[in-house]
Design a binder for this molecule. Sequence first.
Ligand code: G3P
Length: 217
Amino acid sequence: MKFFVDTADVAAIAELNDLGMVDGVTTNPSIIAKSGRDILEVTKEICDLVDGPVSAEVVSLDADGMIAEGRKLAKIADNITVKVPLTWDGLKACKVLSSEGTMVNVTLCFSANQALLAAKAGATFISPFIGRLDDINLDGLELIEDIRTIYDNYGFETQILAASIRNANHMSECAKIGADVCTAPPNVIKAMANHVLTDNGLAAFMKDIEKANIKIV
Ligand code: G3P
């Protein structure tokens, strides 16, 4: 499963990238707003930092506006992925941009029907939002399972990019289901390493190392 980092925090991306944990990056208007930076500038910096796909979202709501913005974003770097919302205008923009060879990430997906439409529109990635479904007592992971089944039934090449990841369990559960990608905040990726028994075991080892005065160098 590919790990994308869901942030515009360049330092955080660089730290994980150095560990080989970054296969791509996703941003959205809220993430860009939080960064306080110009979207074109920070997106270019991220594209220069990582080799994998970097998603930047359009801000228009009409297809023509999305297409114009998508073409401008695509000029930033070869690894740009244009993010469009799952609306009919977004699907139209997806069809046009993907036919021009631009990677497209169709976002704000909350149903299997929406994911089916995105695949037929030629999306490179579909972004189902797990956490926001969980927030309203629906089952975000069940949506990932449904999309995986549908895409496999018909051989759709659109990659499932599980998004709105809120905890480490989402990562492992998405991997079990077979999501192609998870995009998560840096802290969620880091939390994957945490386990109380690892901490306890290491503490016990340290006691025995000190007691036995074990030295290697
Ligand atoms: O990539 C989508 C993600 O940023 C949304 O996450 O936590 O705002 O639902 P969240």
